[in-house]
Design a protein around this ligand. Structure first.
Ligand SMILES: *[C@@H]1O[C@H](CO)[C@@H](O)[C@H](O)[C@H]1NC(C)=O
Ligand SMILES: *[C@@H]1O[C@H](CO)[C@@H](O)[C@H](O)[C@H]1NC(C)=O
Ligand SMILES: *[C@@H]1O[C@H](CO)[C@@H](O)[C@H](O)[C@H]1NC(C)=O
Ligand SMILES: *[C@@H]1O[C@H](CO)[C@@H](O)[C@H](O)[C@H]1NC(C)=O
Ligand SMILES: *[C@@H]1O[C@H](CO)[C@@H](O)[C@H](O)[C@H]1NC(C)=O
Ligand SMILES: *[C@@H]1O[C@H](CO)[C@@H](O)[C@H](O)[C@H]1NC(C)=O
Ligand SMILES: *[C@@H]1O[C@H](CO)[C@@H](O)[C@H](O)[C@H]1NC(C)=O
Length: 445
């Protein structure tokens, strides 16, 4: 585990609200870009600080897990595309280069200890963003982004687990990791989204079939019910008990995936699913159009991972609107109000930008990567409607070239234990706090 004092001090210090807020006019693309530039710059500064501490490219230091770097890199790729500011492209390419791993599928063996299916797919989705936005770098040699994303997809198809629960993905890839038996909504949800994006990008129906199969399973087992998306279930009970905590990131991921499926199929099934997700999003997470992570913000117990969830949700909502434009009437006001609240909660002091966890009240003094990432994601989400069209495989010159998957280890438990070289220790996201918070969340919903 790497511990950088530099990052820790930024992440855990309590700062009084002071300095200039980031003023934003959510109807003005230049204003939005300018705020996005400030936020991206502050995240890259944090990253460069970690690199100076001899961290391997593509990681942030503890307490940030490997997955979160993937989420941040994905949004910095988006940033380059949405703003035209390509100054970080080489830096990003270098980070990807180091995290692609030995199997060309975002499974570096030195990350084994914190390698869940959801973590791997978070990086796979970042590669998907790179494919869709035409991101180029010499750093990944003759590999192509869609091939990398496909490698992640293929490795997870091979892990689809029908031994119990009639399907779904286990949270963890390796049986020796804590939480292996848990089937969480995000692992299958990220897979659903990756498959849906590959379907749209390539036009290959195999991906769409898997996306639908993944979604159908979540409904069958009750992880998705009447539009609500619940945290997970456990195979030791054949997935008969549902852990009903809700996260905004799940709503974003499932909404985006269903929107792409609507786009690809124009089947009303997806329109109905979207209507249910929109319902649950507004009922569970929104106050006066501003997102809040209700399960942990209200009691002050959001862990490091959970502080990034509203960013994951926001960027997915923006992509969902692009693929299913009828969502705009509902979700654009949500993104605008959330972006305004998030940006105005951020402050610059001595050249450093700090953003609050709570967008509704802006009054907490806890700052870190997840908060800055979420602010960037929601602010630049407002640039999506005016962005140039995304690439597809046929429109993107050359991205169909790339080396095929190198004998990806698919079977759970087949990997060898490796030393933990991750940026933070084993994930306990999904299940930590669950019991305590489930009670609170149930009371609220
Ligand atoms: C982990 O493995 C990756 C991919 O093989 C490599 O690029 C990276 O430098 C390694 N990280 C550490 C901390 O050794
Ligand atoms: C396990 O759960 C699946 C999905 O709900 C169900 O189809 C199957 O019958 C269950 N198996 C047992 C042994 O209860
Ligand atoms: C579609 O994608 C699947 C999964 O990667 C692949 O096996 C299949 O060959 C592809 N089909 C076509 C027609 O490209
Ligand atoms: C969404 O909520 C409205 C009431 O607010 C209800 O009429 C509608 O049936 C719900 N849609 C779905 C798909 O749950
Ligand atoms: C599908 O997505 C594209 C943008 O990628 C959009 O222009 C088009 O209107 C969408 N199609 C449908 C049926 O919503
Ligand atoms: C497409 O790729 C070829 C070969 O890599 C290159 O020569 C050509 O300039 C590219 N065309 C465009 C429009 O990028
Ligand atoms: C990609 O590059 C590697 C190493 O440089 C090489 O072994 C491989 O054959 C190349 N693959 C393709 C498809 O060009």
């Amino acid at each position: 585990m790497f511990v950088s004092l530099f990052t820790l001090s930024l992440a855990t210090s309590l700062y009084a609200q002071s300095g200039a807020a980031l003023d934003i006019d959510v109807k003005d693309q230049d204003s939005i870009k300018s705020v996005a530039k400030t936020l991206a710059g502050s995240i890259v500064d944090l990253y460069k600080g970690d690199l100076k501490e001899d961290l391997i490219p593509g990681l942030f230091s503890s307490p940030y897990y490997w997955w979160e770097a993937g989420a941040v890199f994905g949004s910095l790729v988006d940033y380059s595309y949405l703003t035209g500011d390509s100054q970080y492209d080489d830096l990003l390419g270098e980070g990807f280069e180091h995290q692609i791993g030995e199997f060309d599928a975002f499974m570096p063996t030195n990350q084994t200890k914190s390698l869940g299916n959801d973590d791997q797919s978070t990086w796979g989705l970042a590669a998907m963003s790179a494919a869709e936005t035409g991101f180029t770098t010499k750093k990944i040699g003759n590999l192509s982004w869609d091939v990398l994303a496909n490698n992640v997809f293929e490795s997870q198809v091979a892990r689809w687990n029908e031994e119990t629960c009639d399907g779904g993905l286990n949270w963890q890839i390796y049986q020796f990791n804590n939480g292996y038996t848990y089937r969480n909504a995000i692992s299958t949800g990220n897979f659903f989204l990756l498959a849906a994006r590959l379907a749209k990008f390539t036009g290959n129906t195999t991906y769409a079939e898997w996306a639908e199969k993944a979604f159908d399973w979540t409904e069958k087992i009750g992880l998705v019910s009447e539009g609500y998306i619940y945290d997970g279930t456990d195979e030791t009970q054949n997935c008969s008990e549902i852990n009903r905590i809700q996260w905004s990131s799940n709503n974003g991921i499932y909404t985006e995936a269903a929107a792409h499926m609507w786009n690809v199929t124009t089947d009303n099934k997806w329109k109905n699913a979207l209507s249910g997700f929109a319902n649950s999003t507004f009922r569970s997470f929104v106050q006066e159009n501003i997102l809040r992570e209700v399960a942990c913000e209200l009691n002050g117990k959001c862990n490091v991972d959970q502080r990034a969830y509203k960013g994951i949700a926001s960027r997915s909502f923006a992509r969902a609107i692009a693929s299913a434009p009828f969502l705009s009437d509902l979700l654009t006001p949500l993104l605008e109000a959330s972006a305004k609240a998030a940006a105005e909660g951020c402050s610059t002091k001595d050249g450093t930008v700090k953003c609050p966890l709570k967008w509704t009240t802006k009054d907490d003094g806890e700052y870190g990567l997840g908060q800055s990432f979420s602010a960037l994601a929601v602010v630049q989400a407002l640039l999506v409607p005016n962005a140039k069209p995304l690439a597809t495989k046929s429109s993107s010159n050359g991205t169909s070239n790339g080396s095929p998957a190198a004998d990806t280890p698919a079977a759970s438990g087949s990997g060898k234990p490796a030393e933990n070289e991750g940026a933070a220790d084993t994930l306990v996201v999904s299940r930590s706090l669950v019991v305590v918070i489930a009670v609170l969340a149930a009371a609220l919903l």
